[in-house]
Design a protein around this ligand. Structure first.
Ligand code: DX5
Ligand code: ZN
Length: 221
């Protein structure tokens, strides 16, 4: 069974707590928070104060996706009682091994994201340390982009590597996920699917979360 992490990038920021309430009502397992700095990616979204303001408003665990340069300077800002994962980009870290240890030392699960052009082998020597690998299936920075199919090969490779070596990371995908491709992504071995516009663009957000969860539970082909 795979899990759903709706991305609030496509939510109505003027009423964020209410929007997160909708995905909680639908039974979403995580809330995916896209932090953008206007340097690593072209957009700016929000930072630690916004993340912290949500803590008292929901019980859904946080999946924090840092699309920022020098994430090592900011990681403590995102540690809250509800932070399950902090994910940094491989491309943003000169000293990736150190950043992974920094996240884990703060008592949070550590993830690394790979842009579409970055091969899995860039993580070869840290895969055993990771709690999560995030495969980007779009170039980061914007919601509503088209799924890049080569991401499926990365999921299969990461699934094979963890079986061969006994690694314990979960595999997450982010970008262009919708009701039509969710079953195939689940079947490739992906554990957590991020979906932004496909969730918050729906008329009935809790119902859309339930539709995804039915697919991800494996009850529907
Ligand atoms: C893209 C973000 C994604 C984004 C996905 O840079 O990391 O989390 O919200 O949006 P959709 O699901 O609309 O592609
Ligand atoms: Zn994201």
């Amino acid at each position: 069974m795979s899990k759903l992490a709706p991305s609030i990038l496509s939510a109505d920021f003027s009423c964020l707590a209410q929007q997160i309430g909708l995905i909680e009502e639908g039974g979403a397992e995580y809330v995916h928070m896209d932090v953008m700095d206007g340097a690593f990616v072209p957009n700016i979204t929000f930072g630690g104060p916004v993340v912290k303001s949500i803590v008292a408003k929901t019980s859904v665990p946080f999946d924090i996706h840092l699309m920022i340069e020098k994430p090592e300077l900011r990681i403590p800002d995102f540690v809250t009682p509800q932070t399950e994962f902090i994910v940094v980009h491989q491309e943003a870290c000169t000293h990736l091994h150190r950043v992974i240890q920094q996240i884990k030392d703060l008592g949070v699960k550590a993830g690394v994201a790979l842009n579409p052009a970055t091969p899995v082998c860039m993580l070869e020597h840290v895969l055993g340390d990771l709690d999560l690998v995030l495969v980007m299936s779009v170039n980061p920075g914007f919601g509503g982009q088209k799924f890049i199919p080569a991401a499926m090969d990365k999921i299969r490779l990461l699934d094979r590597l963890r079986k061969e070596h006994g690694y314990r990371y979960v595999i997450e995908i982010d970008g262009g996920v919708n009701l039509s491709n969710a079953a195939a992504i689940r079947d490739a071995g992906c554990d957590i699917l991020v979906a932004g516009s496909a969730v918050f663009g729906a008329e009935d957000v809790p119902a859309r979360v339930r539709e995804f969860r039915t697919i991800l539970s494996g009850e529907q082909a």
